[in-house]
Ligand binder design. Structure first.
Ligand code: ADP
Ligand code: MG
Length: 440
């Protein structure tokens, strides 16, 4: 294809040749007239296309190429190629930008970008909920005008961003505890990263509470024990008193042992993998053992019935399930006053099977029910201690049943009694027939 310059030069030469030929054949005046006419036509053509081009440049269209002869066809074609290449580049950059934005939006951390004047340029949705920001509404607002927490303002002013700061009570709708750190970048711009550490904070608080609770629970019997030991050593009591003190000391060591046993059970439940669903244990044997233990604990003070209405066995860990069942039955025995009734039932349900303990005890007020499975949560601390409770029983029950994909339900009416039930789905059950085959 000929270049634009060559075409222009060729056209000019063509016009001069034609004019020269006319001047030779007709007259020199006719030659001049021919040259003027040809050049005028060419000039008009150029002016018309030039104005058309200026219009096109004002509002370029990518797919509409005007047709034209000669160099203008070539110019339009090149312009079209150029605008298409630019458009492709712009689309490419836009797509990269979109992908970048999507990646930052997907990040679990909050991201806020500040310009050199500490004004917000952009933030992702997580930062929006962490700080109560709106990327559009707050754009180009000074960050210290939007985020006025003194700790944060000091942090940004101090300009020492080596370590993050922890901000509590953040967020508009949710209460967040955030670790926030600033990273300077580019030309005095800043990136603020925020991370939700509410859960870590909660776990830390729980751990602290737990250690405090355990220490407190151990301290009481230890104080009593050391008091008795001193008395026995220093006062040299009579053999009867000595016997009584030893018995009381025995009760205290028993309490500590139960507490340590429950703590170890909980630790085991947390540390061990979920019980496999391949092994079934015999529910009627476990039921019989529960009955003997419950009657032993009650000492004939309650009317206790045990009804095994299904032949279903449980696919899971026998000692864990015994621990859960016995905690519920022993609680019923401990908290139900003398003469009360306790019904223990193992039966089929539509979705699987249910183990329930119903008592005619004191019942539980509604506000306590959701908290019963918290460690060391007791409604009546002294009553629980009197009956040898540790406050860990329901936490163990909850752990065990969720490790077997089951549910714990508590229904109670204050002053009338309670019903605790553990439901297991079919996944964790096998009928006696098939489990006996499995057991063999
Ligand atoms: N059957 C029940 N009737 C009334 N209150 C109960 C019953 N079972 C549990 N509770 C209440 O729930 C609390 C937590 O139970 P649990 O975790 O087993 O601890 P504890 O060692 O005190 O028995 C008990 O302290 C008691 O106040
Ligand atoms: Mg208990």
């Amino acid at each position: 294809m000929l270049s634009i310059q060559t075409r222009l030069i060729t056209t000019a030469i063509g016009v001069f040749l034609l004019a020269w030929l006319v001047s030779k054949v007709i007259s020199s005046t006719a030659g001049w007239v021919t040259a003027v006419i040809c050049l005028s036509i060419l000039l008009t053509y150029q002016i018309w296309h030039a104005s058309k081009l200026s219009k096109i440049l004002l509002t370029p269209k990518y797919d509409d190429i005007p047709r034209a002869m000669g160099i203008w066809g070539e110019i339009y074609y090149r312009l079209h190629k150029l605008t298409r290449a630019w458009r492709d580049q712009v689309i490419d950059v836009e797509q990269q930008h979109q992908r970048f934005i999507q990646a930052i939006q997907a990040s679990p951390s909050g991201v806020v970008m500040l310009n050199e004047d500490d004004q917000m340029e952009w933030c992702n949705a997580i930062a929006g909920s962490h700080f109560g920001l709106n990327a559009r509404r707050d754009a180009l607002q000074r960050i210290t005008h939007i985020l006025r927490k003194p700790a944060f303002v000091q942090y940004i002013v101090r300009q020492n961003y080596r370590d993050p700061i922890r901000l509590t009570n953040m967020g508009l709708f949710e209460e967040y505890t955030l670790d926030v750190q600033i990273f300077p970048y580019g030309d005095k711009q800043k990136l603020i990263l925020s991370q939700d550490v509410s859960q870590i904070e909660k776990t830390d608080a729980m751990r602290r509470d737990f250690v405090a609770n355990v220490s407190h629970e151990l301290k009481t019997p230890l104080t009593v024990l050391s008091g008795f030991l001193e008395t026995v050593q220093e006062l040299n009591p009579s053999p009867e008193d000595r016997e009584r003190y030893l018995e009381l000391m025995n009760t205290q060591t028993g309490r500590m042992k139960t507490l340590v046993d429950d703590l170890l059970t909980l630790a085991k439940l947390e540390g061990n993998p979920e019980p496999p669903i391949s092994q079934a244990f015999n529910m009627s044997m476990l039921f019989a053992r529960l009955k003997v233990d419950a009657e032993g604990l009650s000492q004939g003070h309650h009317q206790i019935t045990f009804e095994n209405k299904t032949d279903k066995n449980i696919l899971g860990d026998e000692s864990e399930m015994y621990s859960a069942f016995s905690n519920l039955v022993f609680n019923a025995v401990r908290y139900t006053p003398e003469g009360g009734k306790i019904d223990v039932v193992w039966e089929d349900t539509d979705s699987g099977a249910e183990f329930s303990v119903t008592d005619t005890g004191p019942g539980i007020a509604e506000e306590h029910i959701p908290r019963l499975t918290e460690r060391f949560y007791r409604i009546d601390r002294s009553r629980s201690r009197e009956t040898g409770g540790t406050g860990l029983g329901m936490a163990i029950v909850k752990h065990v049943i969720s490790r077997h994909q089951g549910d714990l339900k508590i229904q109670s009416v204050l002053g009338q009694g309670s019903r605790f039930s553990l439901t297991l789905t079919k996944l964790r059950l096998s009928s006696a027939m098939s489990s006996s085959q499995k057991l063999n």
